[in-house]
Design a protein around this ligand. Structure first.
Ligand code: ZN
Length: 123
């Protein structure tokens, strides 16, 4: 019953679900922009540098996806900020979208692995 409620909540009150998720799973990340649910997003997440972080419905499918999407999107902001500070490595990564994507995935996967040793993710 409780599980069913939690599952339903993620789709009925997605923003509340995301906010609770960050708190309950102890995602201690200082987000550049608060991750905001966007119902008509086709991708897992989306950022515009200097403007926003959006989370799509796809990321809500399971805890692991939501965790990884939150980190992945944040990495785009941080890379852009590092590039603006003339960080060479960041500039190199951001020179190719494919490179930037795989870098963001790698960091997100590593974060999730580390986190799942301390926190229980439902699925
Ligand atoms: Zn990305």
């Amino acid at each position: 019953m409780e599980d069913w409620f939690k599952y339903r909540q993620r789709y009925q009150e997605p923003q509340q679900f995301i906010d609770d998720f960050i708190r309950q799973k102890n995602i201690q990340v200082r987000f550049t922009f608060p991750p905001t649910f966007e119902s008509n997003l086709v991708s897992f997440g989306k950022v515009r540098v200097g403007e926003f972080t959006k989370i799509g419905e796809k990321a809500l499918i399971r805890d692991s996806e939501l965790c990884k999407t939150l980190i992945h999107e944040e990495i785009h902001h941080r890379l852009a900020a590092r590039e603006q500070r003339d960080n060479l490595r960041a500039r190199q990564i951001r020179s190719s979208l494919a490179l930037e994507e795989s870098y963001a995935d790698e960091v997100a996967n590593r974060y999730f692995r580390m986190k799942s040793r301390k926190v229980t993710f439902e699925h």
